[in-house]
Design a protein around this ligand. Structure first.
Ligand code: SF4
Length: 445
């Protein structure tokens, strides 16, 4: 069960208490933070402990079957708490699961008092007022910002996707692609900066399409450039950008703005043209390698991450070897590697030549081992280098840690430090590495 930092924001009083439990990706964390604000604004309290809450909102993930199963497990875990067994507390299921399964889910989960799909999350306060029989406070509540808990935060710049990759359920869960207006993104950034956030990671299903759906089209490059200029003391990082969105204009902004992390996460999924076509995606090994070369030439020192799927239907030994050969040549710093998961309702799930489960897992492991070997070698080359590190917090054992610009939140490891204030950016010399983790000494003066 994952409880995110934003739930640390509390308002004292006798009003009903709500606990948010968030599963899945950073986009869900942002949605939870927004729901938290709405709940606080009507006078409810937000607490960390589900067993002490009048209502628990489980913000579910349903991107793949395994995530759905984890969400269901979490829901049953909560339903087993005493305050739920004796009927004192209410359960609300929000996010991707209600969006994906709709009324089918309502029939299956009688324990829930309400279902709030992603598209209706703005209504969360009203739903909770109804479920708990609470009259919303008329006065705006003066509560701590949910973003004050950490020096790093996410901002969503768009939602939805209509690329319809044949393996992906997201277009059915999140709906059509829609960019958020510049002013809304800017205000979301400003709110976090006011709360003390020093690193903002811009996220979306596909960050490279921002602005193309406006009456007067705009670009992600322009968005990033404006934000970086307006908030010069804040680090900006762009995640999840499809290859089509990696324009020279964008690379030039990354190269020229010192507060934009020289880091891109470009999900390529595969290298074989045959498999990519079957995935309803473009490209091949050659085009992917040209893209990697262009990114490295235009932004010297850029850190690159990708996502790859092994064992897609119809993947022959030859296709798999092409994927391995591509990865050896491209040398990504980091890669997320997944065995193909057949998702109900997607076209790929109905394709012939589905790969045996054991073969998928073995292939994914082989790609992961290769990617780890490449990544580990890259990280070890940072020993002796100096870099800025944002001090983020302490582990349970008291060990201080932070993050360099070459490390994305949650996936690329951290830098362990001996000194520094949380929220401070310190200059660090890397002294040692262990796989993806780094250790460093703060440089004074
Ligand atoms: S671009 Fe990403 S979110 Fe959109 S359909 Fe493809 S994999 Fe899914």
């Amino acid at each position: 069960m994952t409880n995110i930092d934003v739930t640390a924001a509390h308002c004292e009083g006798a009003a009903p208490s709500v606990c948010f439990v968030t599963l899945g990706c950073a986009k869900n964390e942002v949605d939870t933070a927004e729901m938290t604000k709405r709940v606080i604004s009507v006078g409810m309290r937000v607490v960390d402990d589900p067993s002490a809450a009048d209502a628990v909102v489980v913000n579910t993930c349903s991107f793949i079957q395994a995530a759905t199963e984890e969400s269901i497990e979490c829901i049953f875990e909560i339903c087993g708490l005493e305050n739920f067994e004796n009927g004192r507390s209410k359960l609300v299921v929000a996010g991707c699961m209600p969006a994906r399964y709709g009324s089918d889910l309502e029939g299956e989960l009688a324990e829930a008092s309400a279902f709030v799909p992603c598209s209706k999350e703005d209504d969360i306060a009203r739903v909770l007022c109804e479920v708990l029989g609470f009259d919303a406070a008329l006065e705006a509540q003066n509560c701590p910002s949910p973003y004050a808990a950490s020096p790093a935060s996410y901002v969503k710049i768009s939602d939805g996707c209509d690329r319809f990759c044949s393996f992906c359920a997201i277009p059915y869960i999140r709906g059509a692609y829609h960019s958020f207006p510049y002013e809304a993104v800017r205000e979301a950034v400003a709110e976090r900066v006011r709360a003390g956030v020093r690193e903002v990671t811009l996220i979306a299903q596909d960050t490279g399409r921002w602005g193309e759906d406006f009456d007067e089209p705009d670009t992600t490059a322009h968005l990033l450039d404006r934000l970086a200029a307006e908030f010069p003391d804040t680090w900006f990082r762009l995640m999840y950008i499809e290859p089509q969105g990696v324009t020279d204009e964008l690379l030039d902004v990354i190269a020229s703005r010192s507060n934009v992390c020289s880091y891109l996460d470009v999900p390529l999924q595969h290298a074989s043209q045959k498999i990519l076509r079957s995935m309803n995606r473009r490209g091949n090994s050659q085009r992917h390698l040209e893209l990697v070369k262009r990114m490295r030439e235009r932004v010297p020192g850029i850190t690159l991450r990708t996502t790859l799927i092994a064992g897609f239907p119809g993947e022959t030994d030859q296709d798999f070897e092409e994927l391995i050969g591509f990865l050896e040549e491209a040398e990504f710093d980091y890669a997320g590697v997944f065995p193909y998961s057949a998702e109900e309702g997607t076209r790929a799930a109905t394709l012939p030549d589905q790969i045996d489960e054991d073969v998928k897992i073995a292939r994914a492991q082989e790609v992961r081992d290769l990617s780890d070997a490449i990544g580990e070698a890259h990280v070890s080359q940072r020993i002796g280098h100096e870099m800025d590190v944002l001090v983020l917090g302490r582990e349970e054992d008291g060990q201080l840690y932070g993050r360099a610009m070459c490390q994305a939140p949650e996936v690329d490891g951290v830098v362990y430090l001996e000194e520094g204030e949380i929220g401070e950016i310190v200059r660090v010399k890397i002294t040692d590495t262990l796989v993806y983790e780094m250790e460093g000494e703060v440089i004074h003066g």
